[in-house]
Ligand binder design. Structure first.
Ligand SMILES: NC(=O)c1ccc[n+]([C@@H]2O[C@H](COP(=O)([O-])OP(=O)(O)OC[C@H]3O[C@@H](n4cnc5c(N)ncnc54)[C@H](OP(=O)(O)O)[C@@H]3O)[C@@H](O)[C@H]2O)c1
Length: 298
C-alpha cells in the first residue's frame, strides 16, 4: 500500500523532518505529517530516511549538520540511538527507547511518544487505567512502552504473555522493581487465555496480526463483552483478534489510533502546534480501508 501523493511547497527556508528506520516499507508517517503541515500552512517537509544500522551514528550527525529540525525513529534504531543523543526526556529514559528526536540549536533530545500515543484512545473512551487490570501479549519494544505507560498511569495489575516466556519474565521482573505498587507477572503465551478472565484490557503487542494465515493469539472463547481489546498491529485496520473481539461485543481499539496518537505528540513537540487529529484520522482510515478492500478483491 502506498499513500497518495501530496504536493509539497518547497522554498529556500523549508524545514526538514523525517523518519529513520530500516527497512522502512510503506510508512504512514510522511502522509500524516504532510497533512498536518498543510493544515497549518507550514513550509515543512517530512521524508523517509532508510538508514542501515551500521550508518546510524553518521546519519544522526548528518541530520544535525544539515539542519534537520526533528525526526522519528523506528525499528531497528529505537534503542540503538540512545547513546548517540545529547539528552533524553524522562519517558525515553524509562522506556529505554526513543521514537522522536528534536534538534534545537544543534543539540539532539530524544523523546518517546509511544506511551502517550497508546493512552490517548483509552482516555478518549473515558476509561480509567487505574481500574483496568491488563493483559499484554508480547515482550518486545512495543510491549515495554505499553507496559510502562499503563503502570505509570496507575494500572493495578499487569500480566505479560510472551511466546518466549523467559523474555517476558525478564521484562516483568524489571517492571515490578520500577513499579512496586502494581502486581506484574509473566506467563507463557499458551496460558494467556487463563489471564484474560482476570483482565479488562487486552493488548496485542506482538507482531501477529494478519487477517488470516497466522495462528490465533487468544482462543475466541476467552473474550467477553467487558473486555477492551487493543491491537497495536494496524495493517489490516481490523486484525483477526479485533474481528473476533467485535463478534464477542468487546470494545475494540485499532492500532492506528496509537500511531495517530504518537504522531500527534511528536508534531506538537516539533512545531508547538496542535495536530489536526480529526482531519488526519479521517484520511488515514480512508486510506487503510481502501487498501484493505483492494487486497480482499472488493
Ligand atoms: N500502532 C503503533 O503505533 C505501533 C507502535 C509500535 C509497534 N507497533 C506494532 O507492534 C508490534 C510489535 O512491535 P515491537 O517493536 O515490539 O517488535 P519486537 O520488539 O520485534 O517484538 C515482537 C514481539 O512479537 C512476538 N512475536 C513475533 N512473532 C510471533 C508469533 N508468530 N507468535 C507469537 N508471538 C510473536 C515476539 O515474541 P518473542 O519474544 O517470542 O520473539 C515479541 O514479543 C509490531 O507489529 C509493530 O508494528 C505498533
Amino acid at each position: 500500500m502506498s499513500a497518495p501523493r501530496l504536493s509539497v511547497p518547497l522554498s529556500g527556508t523549508t524545514r526538514l523532518y523525517g523518519l529513520m528506520g530500516y527497512p522502512l516499507g510503506h510508512s504512514l508517517s510522511p502522509f500524516m505529517h504532510t497533512l498536518a503541515f498543510h493544515h497549518h500552512g507550514l513550509d515543512s517537509l517530512y521524508v523517509p530516511f532508510p538508514v542501515p544500522p551500521t550508518r546510524l551514528p553518521e546519519a544522526v550527525r548528518g541530520a544535525v549538520a544539515l539542519g534537520v529540525q526533528g525526526f522519528n525513529v523506528t525499528i531497528p534504531h529505537k534503542e540503538a540511538i540512545l547513546p548517540l543523543l545529547d539528552e533524553l526526556a524522562p519517558e525515553a529514559e524509562l522506556m529505554g527507547a526513543v521514537n522522536t528526536v528534536c534538534v534545537v540549536d544543534g543539540r539532539t533530545r530524544g523523546h518517546n511518544t509511544d506511551g502517550q500515543g497508546f493512552l490517548q484512545p483509552l482516555q478518549a473512551l473515558s476509561l480509567r487505567v487505574s481500574e483496568l487490570p491488563a493483559l499484554v501479549l508480547g515482550a518486545g519494544g512495543a510491549a515495554r512502552a505499553v507496559a510502562v505507560a499503563l503502570l505509570q498511569a496507575g494500572c493495578p495489575a499487569l500480566t505479560l504473555a510472551n511466546r518466549t516466556y523467559e523474555r517476558g519474565e525478564r521484562l516483568a521482573v524489571a517492571l515490578q522493581q520500577r513499579f512496586p505498587h502494581a502486581q506484574v507477572r509473566a506467563v507463557p503465551l499458551t496460558r494467556a487465555a487463563d489471564s484474560a478472565a482476570e483482565c479488562r484490557l487486552i493488548v496485542n503487542a506482538t507482531a501477529v496480526g494478519l487477517a488470516s494465515g497466522q495462528a490465533e493469539l487468544l482462543p475466541a472463547a476467552c473474550l467477553r463483552a467487558e473486555h477492551i481489546v487493543y491491537d497495536l498491529v494496524y495493517r489490516p485496520l481490523y486484525t483477526a483478534l479485533l474481528q473476533t473481539a467485535r463478534r464477542h461485543e468487546a470494545t475494540v481499539i485499532p492500532g492506528i489510533e496509537m500511531l495517530l496518537g504518537q504522531g500527534a505528540v511528536a508534531f506538537q513537540l516539533w512545531t508547538g502546534l496542535p495536530f489536526p487529529m480529526d482531519l488526519v484520522r479521517q484520511k488515514v482510515y480512508a486510506l487503510l480501508t481502501s487498501s484493505q478492500s483492494a487486497q480482499s478483491g472488493q
